[in-house]
Design a protein around this ligand. Structure first.
Ligand code: ZN
Ligand code: FE
Length: 259
């Protein structure tokens, strides 16, 4: 965690609703989850930046599909999770490892957050969290390769980070997520306020990201499975009473799948 990290973070939109995050200063850049190379190459050449590293959170094509073409132009390290099928990784990472991006004076700690995929990781450093498709603004990723139990634990690890942690996730899903969150927790005033704010943000065609861990703790139903109103909603959805937070989580994750 370098307090002196001198990068700032820029979203490069890709596909329909992906964000490729570019960490940059005046000369150098690193890129997180480049699902497509072209928008990154366009950005780098327009800004006259040299790519110095590629970071991947998980193996889905919309996060790693551009790596090969970026490597044709830049001979850089490629960081990503151990035990996921990602071609051309130069360093496979597990829980607790650190990576350094010396050109940007930045360092990141690896947090294992399985659930969306079996070995999904997040990068955490200098109060920034890059969390791919695990924690979304007001939502969470689908369970493709993991269990509800795993995802609940993974989200709990992220929720324990400091409130001011900036959350950079992989997709602009925020308004749809908020619509679901409002159905699950209609009495949450912070959530109602967030709906107003983020609706305006999207009307102005701006990203709703980064979020913060504090905002997610206050409004994201998947981090709030011990709240009475969410327990009641999950029980109503299931048609039987549940109280265990993992069961509550599993219920609202299923509910969201066909909301
Ligand atoms: Zn994914
Ligand atoms: Fe994705």
């Amino acid at each position: 965690m370098t307090e002196s990290a001198r990068y700032h973070v820029v979203p490069v939109p890709a596909f329909k609703d992906n964000y490729i995050w570019v960490l940059r200063d005046d000369h150098y850049a690193a890129v997180v989850d480049p699902g497509d190379a072209q928008p990154v190459l366009d950005y780098l050449s327009r800004e006259r930046l040299r790519l110095t590293a590629i970071l991947a959170t998980h193996h889905h094509a919309d996060h790693v599909g551009g790596i090969g073409n970026l490597l044709r132009q830049f001979d850089v390290p490629v960081f990503g999770p151990k035990d996921e099928p990602i071609a051309s990784l130069t360093r496979s990472l597990s829980e607790g490892e650190r990576i350094e991006l010396p050109e940007l004076a930045a360092g990141f700690q690896v947090i294992a957050i399985p659930g969306h995929t079996r070995a999904h990781i997040a990068y955490y450093g200098a109060k920034d969290l890059f969390c791919g498709d695990t924690l979304f603004a007001c939502g969470c990723g689908r369970l493709f390769e993991g269990t509800a139990q795993q995802m609940h634990v993974s989200l709990g690890k992220l929720a324990d980070l400091p409130d001011e942690t900036q959350v950079y996730c992989g997709h602009e899903y925020t308004l749809a997520n908020i619509r679901f969150a409002r159905a699950v927790e209609p009495g949450n005033a912070a959530l109602a306020e967030r709906e107003r704010t983020e609706t305006r943000t999207r009307q102005e065609n701006r990203p709703t990201l980064p979020s913060s861990i504090g905002r997610e703790r206050a409004t994201n139903p998947f981090l709030r499975c011990s709240q009475a109103e969410i327990i009641a909603s999950a029980s109503r959805y299931l048609g039987k009473g549940v109280t265990d937070p993992v069961q509550v989580f599993a219920a609202i994750r299923n509910w969201k799948n066909d909301f």
